[in-house]
Design a protein around this ligand. Structure first.
Ligand SMILES: Nc1ncnc2c1ncn2[C@@H]1O[C@H](COP(=O)(O)OP(=O)(O)OP(=O)(O)O)[C@@H](O)[C@H]1O
Length: 234
């Protein structure tokens, strides 16, 4: 399994000597090529699940496995390596740098990993092609529409030997048609590349769970708990 959370609990200090429980005993398995959507009210813990799954935060208890490795037992440099190489993040804002072209935005990820851009140019071009932007590789973010920028963002998240894709509200800045196209793109690329994808969203209209172009399952979250997790925990 590419991503597995077993009985994960995460608390934060509440600023008053106490702790707030953001994730409460969450168990979830996402297989390669599977897309699980996670939804629930604001503050229920969705982003915290992504942060734990992506090794950005260590949980208080429980096990997180990425591509079969229990990442909680690793030291920080090893966790950082897995995060840089195996995990792609897509956040709601595209966070593109204003002075880099679409191609350069994607190459930057490899540059951060210490690789030479020339080595990765072919993969970056292939990713731009996969998101339908090969004719726009030299454009700056200011010359692209919101939907195109989000597609650059997705291509950037896929650069490298990815196993897991973690996506937080990718459609919130888009209208419904573009939002649906972005979700379809995430689903198609995750299946083609056998990525385990966990997609946080409020936008259930863009989802079409169970259809050919939709997520494989929808998991509801409330007060830190995954309500339907048995559906996908087999
Ligand atoms: N860094 C932090 N320090 C303290 N409490 C936090 C921190 N981050 C999140 N929380 C709290 O943890 C709980 C879960 O927050 P989280 O952001 O994971 O929820 P969410 O479902 O993603 O919300 P939203 O949909 O609004 O983004 C909330 O009560 C929130 O206030």
């Amino acid at each position: 399994m590419s991503l597995r959370l077993s009985d994960v609990t995460l608390t934060y200090p509440d600023g008053d000597d106490g702790r707030v429980t953001a994730v409460d005993g969450a168990s979830l398995t996402v297989a390669p090529g599977q897309v699980i959507a996670l939804t629930g009210p604001s503050g229920c813990g969705k982003s915290s699940v992504l942060a734990v799954a992506g090794t950005l935060i260590r949980p208080d208890s429980g096990v997180v496995e990425i591509d079969g490795t229990a990442v909680g037992e690793l030291k920080e440099p090893e966790r950082a390596k897995i995060r840089r190489e195996a995990v792609g993040f897509v956040f709601q804002n595209d966070n593109l740098l204003p002075d880099l072209t679409a191609l350069e935005q994607i190459l930057l990820t490899a540059h951060v990993r210490g690789e030479r851009p020339s080595k990765n140019r072919a993969q970056a071009r292939e990713l731009l092609d996969a998101v339908g932007l090969s004719e726009h590789e030299n454009k700056l973010p200011g010359q692209l529409s919101g939907g195109m920028r989000q597609r650059v963002n997705i291509a950037r998240a896929l650069m490298g030997p990815r196993k897991v894709l973690l996506i937080d509200e990718p459609t919130s800045a888009l209208d419904q048609a573009r939002g649906r196209a972005v979700v379809e793109l995430i689903v198609r690329l995750s299946r083609e590349r056998e990525l385990a994808a966990l997609l946080v969203t409020h936008d259930l209209q863009s989802l079409e769970v169970g259809s050919a172009t939709g997520a494989d399952a929808l998991v509801h979250m409330l007060d830190g708990r995954l309500l339907d997790s048995e559906l996908v925990d087999a």
